[in-house]
Ligand binder design. Sequence first.
Ligand SMILES: C[S@@+](CC[C@H](N)C(=O)[O-])C[C@H]1O[C@@H](n2cnc3c(N)ncnc32)[C@H](O)[C@@H]1O
Length: 256
Amino acid sequence: MSKISYRESHKYAEKGAEYEAYYQTRAWQRFLWSREQEIILIILEKYFADRDIHLLDFACGTGRITGLLENRVKTSTSIDVSGSMLAIAREKLKRTEIIEADITAENVLKPKKFNLITAFRFFLNAEPELRTAAIKALVELLAEDGYFVFNNHQNFGSPWIKLMHMRHRQKNPQGAFNIMSIRQMKKLVEGVGLEIVDIYPVGFFHPPKVPVSYRLNRAIDSVACRFKFLNRFSESPIAVCRRRKNQNSNASASRK
Ligand SMILES: C[S@@+](CC[C@H](N)C(=O)[O-])C[C@H]1O[C@@H](n2cnc3c(N)ncnc32)[C@H](O)[C@@H]1O
């Protein structure tokens, strides 16, 4: 039996409601989301102070990321292929243009440009062909001075993800347990002429089956994120990317 493409995976009728519940009921997910919100707001302050933001939230799902941002941006657009996920997004979002389409098949947003493109919880699970098609379509929509912000919610550098990956392979060698390293994140964006300018770590302490309190997790994250070298051990890092500066002009500038 052939494996279902990630494009199809969120299309069944109940998926939107299931995804919402997942975020509302799971302690670890709620903790990650609280950290992600803080970090996204830090990114706005650092990269967009005094600038109008034109947001595209790619693979927006139920509108988690768009919902945080829509009142903080000048224009807001969200896109996804799943009607079931978008039905929930439509209930939440008030000033966002919501589009059901697959820009990897036909880039219906061209020739628009966005100076902030977000893509959360997408690239890890997208199969290689979809990853490449999506990043290529997105870079065509990114303004020259824009930023692309994405996350990797199962970073291979995280000791807990390594452990879960190992256990999964022992128990279910045929099953899928996707992982992505920071090196793969870099490679993905470098392939389309972008570079990662910042990585924000999210989620350090996630021993499987051991409940850890929200407060303890926050305390651990707030200490660990002060040390850049620990980034690679976090479970769900967020990367900020921009167009790579022209290397020739850099080289000639440094010769002057
Ligand atoms: C795990 S959800 C993430 C939703 C949201 N970004 C979040 O972080 O809560 C992944 C989403 O990717 C969407 N997706 C898969 N293939 C896609 C494609 N080719 N174009 C747009 N969205 C796609 C799925 O329909 C699903 O809603």
